[in-house]
Design a protein around this ligand. Sequence first.
Ligand SMILES: N[C@@H](CCC(=O)N[C@@H](CS)C(=O)NCC(=O)O)C(=O)O
Length: 282
Amino acid sequence: MAENNTITFYDLQLASGCTISPFVWATKYALKHKGFDLDIVPGGFTGIMERTGGKTERLPAIQDDGKWVLDSWLIAEYLDETYPDRPRLIGSEGEKILTQTLENWLWKTAIGPWMTCFIKSYRDRSLPQDHQYVTESRERMFGNTMENIIIGREDRLPLVPPQLELLRTALRQQKWFGGDTPNYADYRLLAVFLFCASVADTPVLTEDDPLRDWIDRGFDLYGGLGRHEGMSPLFGLKLREGDPEPFVKDAAKMGGGLVSRNTGPKSTSEETAHLKGEKTTA
Ligand SMILES: N[C@@H](CCC(=O)N[C@@H](CS)C(=O)NCC(=O)O)C(=O)O
């Protein structure tokens, strides 16, 4: 399998050559995690059926020594099953379910609103031959014109960062969702930010967002896989008066007993003193 350690990868690209789809981004990282070289078949939204010889209308898709595998999750599972001696992507069925749960939440929380802010640059950055299809299909999806969909985006953008505290809480405790090293959960979640950077024509997170460390490390993986020149900066969102705090800055609000481990009274003495209204040394 995988002659010359190379797998054929059907990409979904913008005019700059940058990958756009979160599904496709996650698969790109999955193949690298498994140590493969990619033979990239370039292309955009139109002509997927022609490029894949009628095999699929959706991407990603891969061909491993002639064997077709479709769908980002099925590809990840195929890679773990077929190459068990290489680093695993998904540790267990439970890990997969939790990752999918978290990913669903992140799509609703971030991709949903970001799509309504960047739908126009998503179309404008697509390949010229894709413009008409992207306009018509996305306007049908939203039931509105691109120009109308983006109205009020400056009010919606600052509402997203405070909603991402769940990710920050996890990443204050560990380096990656995979622990010491990244796993498929990291790639699925990073893919949302990779997608955003491929279409965002204005930053979505503040310069000092604590997510920056994980996002930067993720984009740098595998020789800077997430650093395509067609991508835009994610950090630099300027807040206006009245916008909500973008992330939790007060350590006391960072999770308490949910994130600290009870190893006996010493470990909880400060919290207990606070609960009893006693003065603490800290
Ligand atoms: N369940 C599939 C979903 C793939 C999918 O929907 N891909 C989109 C890109 S985000 C696509 O190919 N769209 C083609 C189109 O919009 O015509 C997977 O996980 O791979």
